[in-house]
Design a protein around this ligand. Structure first.
Ligand SMILES: Nc1ncnc2c1ncn2[C@@H]1O[C@H](COP(=O)(O)OP(=O)(O)OP(=O)(O)O)[C@@H](O)[C@H]1O
Ligand SMILES: Nc1nc2c(ncn2[C@@H]2O[C@H](COP(=O)(O)O)[C@@H](O)[C@H]2O)c(=O)[nH]1
Length: 198
């Protein structure tokens, strides 16, 4: 399947502009979701892929908007039936990108964004080498820990697991086409827009 390259043959008379696939990665707590919300407000034409997870909802999270929250056994069924474009286990929970809506949006010429962790990002880059990838870095590891703690939803155990993963994820930042440091939010947002639209 070659539906993701701007140079591909996906362009047809009915679909004059082939889609783009963007992978948006970075350690937990770096501010991916915060940046993504601002980006979507400014660019409503973007299609944000809603992931499936076995994690319990945080206060304020809405099923079908933030994630599709499901049980582990249901998740395993979806894996077995090939419903995910990629999936990974992260800090004790499973996360996956539903295949069908993403492929459909790209076929329709849309600009699709996946906000996913490193293992999933690597799977997507293998499957879709033309996907564009952006890695968000924290200004420092101390600031990353502060942000995870300030968010205030995770247990000490979950925080330790996420920080532990963060080290390996930050070490992989060079694998990505673009790296952006999320220090000042507005500056990072402009850098993100420049990477995507210029
Ligand atoms: N530039 C910034 N400066 C200060 N705080 C920030 C900045 N960006 C995000 N934050 C704060 O950091 C916390 C974590 O942000 P967010 O939940 O968006 O991270 P995330 O990368 O999406 O995390 P996860 O991958 O775990 O979902 C939030 O409390 C958010 O308000
Ligand atoms: N591989 C995938 N990773 C995903 C997906 N959806 C979200 N994520 C990433 O998981 C961690 C933890 O998220 P949290 O909401 O529990 O803090 C974070 O890095 C997300 O970007 C997915 O579909 N696949």
């Amino acid at each position: 399947m070659q539906i993701l390259s701007r140079e591909s043959d996906a362009t047809t008379k009915d679909n004059p502009s082939p889609g783009r696939l963007i992978i948006f990665t970075g350690p937990s707590g770096v501010g991916k979701g915060t940046l993504m919300r601002s980006l979507l407000q400014r660019h409503p034409e973007l299609y944000y892929s809603i992931s499936v997870t076995t994690r319990h909802p945080r206060p304020g999270e809405v099923d079908g908007k933030d994630y599709y929250f499901i049980t582990r056994s249901k998740f395993e069924q979806l894996v077995a039936s090939g419903e995910f474009l990629e999936w990974a286990e992260f800090a004790g929970n499973c996360y996956g990108t539903p295949r069908e809506p993403v492929e459909r949006q790209i076929r329709q010429g849309k600009f699709v964004v996946l906000e996913i962790e490193l293992k999933g990002a690597r799977q997507i880059r293998q499957t879709f080498p033309t996907a564009e990838s952006i890695f968000i870095l924290p200004p420092s590891f101390e600031e990353l820990e502060k942000r995870i703690r300030t968010r205030g939803n995770d247990s000490e155990e979950a925080i330790a697991r996420r920080l532990n993963r963060a080290k390996a994820e930050i070490d992989a930042a060079d694998e990505f086409d673009t790296q952006i440091i999320n220090d000042d939010l507005e500056t990072a947002l402009h850098a993100l827009e420049a990477a995507l639209f210029s």
